[in-house]
Design a protein around this ligand. Structure first.
Ligand SMILES: NC(=O)c1ccc[n+]([C@@H]2O[C@H](COP(=O)([O-])OP(=O)(O)OC[C@H]3O[C@@H](n4cnc5c(N)ncnc54)[C@H](OP(=O)(O)O)[C@@H]3O)[C@@H](O)[C@H]2O)c1
Length: 326
């Protein structure tokens, strides 16, 4: 009987310690990176390599990473789909940037997963430069959420390819030169959608979970090196990708106001977490939103059920619209 009491007490203390750990950890990841930590010198993390390469860099988050890194004095290798947009973003950054930097561009459609094409058109541009920072940002989403069998098959395939192949191939290609310097930064842009099993976003959410899992594993594989490997999981950032969420009514204006961040503030905040947080949402307000994902699974599933009802209503309207247009 006595032994049994001791076991129960030990278990109660262990449970209490676990709950306290979860609470303090939750507070730490909200408060420390955004309110206390001093940003790390990126040139030092990059091993003084002069170039930063950014995928999906003609718009939204990727373009803003390019602007931020240019302002910190890195030369920029912009890799994105549309050559004319790349040329105009290059001109725009060169004109506005307060530092004297070089910018090169590579036009590549990441829907093309053919490795021979990567080897011809993308990898040489990375390999011939001293790249100290790689931002794997390119990503593709749906225009609106729906059940898997209603979604366009080609779009599903494109999302799998664009969200998983470039991050895997470019990371593997850049690591050898970073290991030689025993320094370098790799930032993989995932999404808050990776944190939950999101009905109606099956493929997008799964591809983002892939990025989180992949990046976690890399942090273990290269733990004893000078490489900094970060996952960034944003919630809503006001870019072209987020626009359909507003246009289709998935989010109300007040939800948008409460939950979204403009791209400039978001990236400025996210860049300051490099070398401080191995995984982050990128900014304070998103980190608070992410705290919800620490809820027990049954509570989270319950909340997501309400969300799913809304997705389902919007999907119906969008399907009817599409049918009328045909
Ligand atoms: N915005 C959000 O709320 C949000 C939330 C969570 C996660 N994210 C993630 O953040 C990343 C950036 O999103 P964003 O909102 O900045 O997107 P965005 O505004 O739509 O910009 C996407 C960029 O990627 C390029 N791109 C798209 N498809 C491409 C392809 N097949 N090949 C090469 N480049 C391509 C685009 O080039 P073009 O100009 O030629 O189209 C553009 O430069 C994505 O990985 C996304 O999943 C965004």
């Amino acid at each position: 009987m006595f032994g049994c009491d001791c076991t129960m007490t030990a278990m109660a203390y262990a449970a209490l310690a676990y709950v306290l750990y979860k609470i303090f950890r939750g507070i730490y990841i909200i408060v420390y990176p955004y309110m206390i930590a001093t940003p790390v010198d990126l040139h030092q993390l990059a091993g003084n390599a002069k170039w930063a390469a950014i995928t999906g860099s003609t718009d939204g988050i990727g373009k803003q990473y390019a602007i931020e890194l240019g302002e910190r004095g890195f030369n920029l290798l912009l890799i994105s789909r549309t050559k004319s947009k790349l040329e105009s973003v290059k001109e725009e950054i060169l004109k506005k940037c307060s530092k004297n930097i070089e910018i090169d561009i590579v036009a590549y459609d990441f829907k093309n997963a053919n490795l021979d094409d990567y080897k011809k058109e993308v990898l040489p541009a990375l390999e011939k430069r001293d790249v100290g920072i790689l931002i794997n940002n390119v990503g593709l989403a749906y225009d609106y959420a729906d059940q898997l069998h209603h979604l366009d098959l080609q779009r599903n395939a494109d999302i799998v390819i664009v969200n998983t192949v470039p991050v895997s191939v470019l990371t593997a290609a850049i690591i050898p030169q970073m290991l030689k310097r025993n320094a370098g930064v790799i930032v993989n842009i995932s999404s808050g959608a990776a944190y939950a099993k999101m009905p109606y976003f099956s493929i997008y959410s799964s591809t983002k979970a892939y990025i989180n899992h992949f990046t976690n594993i890399l942090r273990s594989e290269y733990a004893n090196t000078g490489l900094t490997i970060q996952t960034v999981c944003p919630f809503m950032v006001l870019t072209n990708m987020a626009a359909p969420m507003i246009e289709t009514g998935i989010m109300t204006q007040s939800e948008v106001k409460m939950m979204s961040v403009n791209v400039k503030d978001f990236v400025h905040s996210a860049v300051r977490t490099i070398g401080i947080m191995p995984e982050t949402t990128g900014c304070l307000s998103h980190q608070i939103q992410a705290a919800m994902f620490g809820l027990p699974e049954f509570a989270l599933d319950y909340i997501l059920k309400f969300q799913t009802k809304k997705f389902s209503a919007v999907a119906l309207i969008q399907r009817e619209k599409a049918a009328k247009q045909q």
